[in-house]
Design a protein around this ligand. Structure first.
Ligand code: SF4
Ligand code: SF4
Ligand code: SF4
Length: 341
């Protein structure tokens, strides 16, 4: 059998998912013996034209990280879908929108306003927004337009597998690579590199299954008992509603799970599942008392949906799929045909 053709792409990404692949370290040498990297913009000097020139289906597997935030992201997602036999949504941004999709709650204009005008570290007295086209003596500069909403990869093109995590843990990444190399990928549609439990199931802390606290705390506000469940001490931990796969990394560091591995098998909406698990664990409190305790959670929407907002029921209620992909009005200062769709 010849070598595999692998591609890695970052759409609207922080780069952490690419680092997770680099963290494979010496395994990369093993990978190089059986696979050619045919496209990986974060690490190698391939151009989009190189991908355009490939036959359809020429790439065996593409690991696609980052969310779909710009028209360029969408264009490359469609291109790589066409060129790849297997397309993997790699990491939380690509799989479920991750933290960037929290900007969908208030919308792109609000996000631009905050980022460009109100951010204390931004000096922009003339209130300049990044425009899509800008004339320079050397020629016209073109920025990809921002879409109205952050979308997951699967909201734009069909996806074969998903790899959760922000970023995926490197041991999990190697499991995924091994499955690819050994041609042992499971039937399409599922998660790769995880086990079927929750973070709570992997957590070594003592858990009674009962919450008795009068309020919730942010992690810096108390020093928790290192042996007891953080949630039961009033630190909001997403372990009950988060897929296992990281080995309960944050818990080991005495920090709560924030939910980056997404919902467990069979759960569609991670935020609703977490809220349900918490409410069901309160002991000896009336509905009004439970509401009072829950009201002490800072930024509940951002906390319960920190990683999964784009894939949540709330997003589905809010979003119009056609509008979500349109270029936001604040930026639409040029012809939309410029970047091929
Ligand atoms: S999933 Fe996390 S690490 Fe990966 S690109 Fe998104 S923010 Fe970065
Ligand atoms: S809620 Fe958090 S701290 Fe408690 S058992 Fe689950 S993962 Fe561990
Ligand atoms: S403990 Fe939770 S937040 Fe931390 S890496 Fe694991 S899944 Fe992600």
């Amino acid at each position: 059998m010849g070598k595999l053709n692998l591609a890695v792409y970052w759409a609207s990404s922080c780069g952490g998912c690419d680092i997770a692949i680099v963290e494979l370290g010496e395994h990369l040498l093993e990978l190089a013996q059986v696979a050619d990297i045919v496209f990986w913009p974060a690490a190698t000097d391939f151009k989009y034209d190189d991908v355009e020139a490939m036959e359809d289906g020429a790439i065996d597997v593409t690991l696609f990280n980052g969310s779909i935030r710009t028209e360029e992201d969408e264009h490359i997602a469609r291109l790589l879908r066409r060129k790849s036999k297997v397309l993997v949504a790699f990491g939380s941004c690509s799989m479920e929108g991750c933290i960037p999709s929290l900007s969908n709650i208030k919308g792109i204009d609000y996000a631009l306003n905050r980022a460009m005008f109100e951010n204390p570290s931004t000096v922009n007295p003339e209130k300049v927004l990044p425009q899509r086209r800008f004339g320079m003596p050397e020629g016209e500069l073109i920025l990809p337009g921002l879409c109205n909403q952050v979308r997951t990869l699967a909201q734009v093109v069909p996806v074969d597998y998903k790899v959760p995590g922000c970023p995926p843990h490197y041991e999990q990444v190697w499991k995924v690579m091994t499955a690819i190399i050994e041609n042992k990928l499971p039937s399409r549609g599922g998660l790769l590199g995880v086990d079927s439990r929750t973070v709570c199931d992997q957590c070594p802390r003592k858990r009674e299954g009962k919450i008795r606290v009068e309020r919730f705390f942010r992690p810096h506000e108390i020093v928790p008992d290192p042996d007891r469940c953080l949630l039961e001490q009033g630190i909001l931990c997403a372990g009950p509603a988060t897929h296992a796969g990281c080995g309960a990394l944050c818990i080991e560091a005495n920090m709560p799970c924030r939910g980056c591995y997404g919902p467990p098998d069979g759960v569609v909406d991670q935020g609703a599942a977490l809220l349900g698990a918490i409410v069901a664990s309160f002991e000896g409190k009336s509905d009004a008392e439970i509401r009072q305790v829950l009201s002490t959670i800072v930024d509940p929407l951002g906390t319960f949906y920190r990683f999964s907002f784009a894939d949540s029921f709330l997003q589905q209620l809010k979003a119009n799929p056609e509008e979500a992909g349109r270029i936001c009005a604040s930026q639409a200062d040029g012809s939309e045909e410029e970047v091929e769709q």
